[in-house]
Design a protein around this ligand. Structure first.
Ligand SMILES: *Cc1c(COP(=O)(O)O)cnc(C)c1O
Length: 369
């Protein structure tokens, strides 16, 4: 069994994907072009925003969003320490300083009730992460940001397709950023990303910045970067987007089965999804009291696992200079000790799902049903 197996999805879509990629190769239009602009329209329609701007990765989407929002040196950006490194890295890349706020014990998302205490005159943006696929408490974050005069950028790298009060992740604040890294809910066959907004100026500005600040051929009004999505990735994504809702429900079915069959196992903490929200299930992560033993027991049963994430971002060597005190983040500290993700992907065989459940129950000292 693989932790995430992308092969069965490819097999299911093989003729469509191969055809779409072949057409790009024949066209020799490899960078930008119709394939990319069509994808952007389709993504915006799916998410429900006015604009979508594609780019080369989820990390770049965050950098472009921050730059377009005018975040730079001297500014502070409030964010979660319980995320992939790229979230904070993007803030540092534009010269701003990440200011971490602890997460909620049940969703692992930024704890909105603790944001106000970290707002300062320098707070320019708030960057909540919709971790593991479940949107953060975006209404609460937006309200605080409004009174602080800060822009809200959702890191929706893991939550494309998820819902919050009937609206889609990426459309829940001024800007939403996502990643098309192969193992994300909507993955391409390389690196890719996009950002979403209803603000025409922000959209225009990010379009400019992703292409060297070029406003007319060989005319550059701004210092930008090369962060274009290539047409081959766009072609793959257009095919996958057509099947996305179906594959998303397959993920949700696996997650629901795990939750149903693992409920009540003593000591095991299952993921919870708050009322009014859905998860895109980028990860199905549980907390096990003795994680190393738990992982070893699963490995014994040939069940792969992964740890998202073993270390809070403020503990990373790159952020040693911030000199933060881990005791200020008790929830993040505890979760990083115990969190572990189980295999989950669309087209995961029933038998494999059963195998995971049996191994988890056994690892937790439970009789196998
Ligand atoms: C994957 C991920 C990113 C970065 O996306 P890339 O496309 O790999 O650059 C950023 N934030 C979070 C939460 C992620 O999971």
């Amino acid at each position: 069994m693989r932790f995430i197996d992308l092969k069965p999805q490819y097999e299911a879509l093989k003729s469509e994907i191969d055809g779409a990629m072949q057409a790009v190769v024949e066209s020799t239009m490899f960078i930008m072009g119709d394939e990319v602009s069509s994808l952007e329209s389709e993504l915006a329609a799916y998410v429900g925003t006015e604009y979508c701007v594609s780019c080369a990765s989820g990390t770049d989407a965050l950098v472009l969003a921050l730059q377009a929002a005018g975040v730079g040196p001297g500014d502070e950006v409030i964010t979660s320490p319980f995320s992939f490194f790229a979230t904070a890295e993007a803030i540092s890349t534009v010269g701003a300083t990440p200011v971490f706020v602890d997460v909620e014990a049940d969703t692992y998302n930024l704890d909105a009730s603790q944001i106000s205490a970290k707002v300062s005159r320098r707070t320019k943006a708030i960057l909540p992460v919709s971790i593991f696929g479940q949107p953060a408490d975006m209404d609460a974050v937006n309200t605080i940001a409004k009174s602080a005069g800060a822009v809200v950028i959702e890191d929706a790298a893991q939550s494309f397709g998820a819902q919050y009060d009937g609206r889609k992740s990426c459309a829940l604040s001024a800007i939403g950023c996502t990643s098309f890294f192969p193992t994300k809910p909507l993955g391409c066959y390389g690196d890719g990303g996009a950002l979403f907004t209803d603000d025409g100026e922000l959209a225009a500005r990010t379009r400019l910045l992703r292409n060297h600040g070029q406003n007319a051929r060989y005319r550059h009004s701004d210092i930008g970067m090369n962060s274009r999505l290539d047409a081959l990735q766009a072609a793959v994504l257009r095919v996958k987007l057509r099947h996305f809702d179906e594959h998303l429900s397959m993920r949700q079915e696996v997650a629901a089965r795990y939750t149903e069959t693992l409920a009540g196992v003593p000591g095991l903490v299952l993921p919870t999804v708050r009322a009014g929200r859905t998860s895109a299930w980028a990860q199905y992560s549980v907390q096990a009291p003795d994680r190393e033993r738990f992982i070893a027991a699963l490995a014994e049963a040939e069940i792969p696992t992964a740890v998202h994430y073993p270390m809070p971002i403020y503990r990373q060597e790159a952020y040693a200079s911030l000199g933060l005190d881990p005791s200020d983040f008790p929830v993040t500290e505890a979760v990083c000790e115990r969190i572990v993700s189980l295999p989950l992907y669309p087209f995961m065989e029933r038998g494999d799902q059963d195998g995971v459940v049996a191994a988890v129950r056994e690892a937790m000292g439970q009789a196998v049903r």
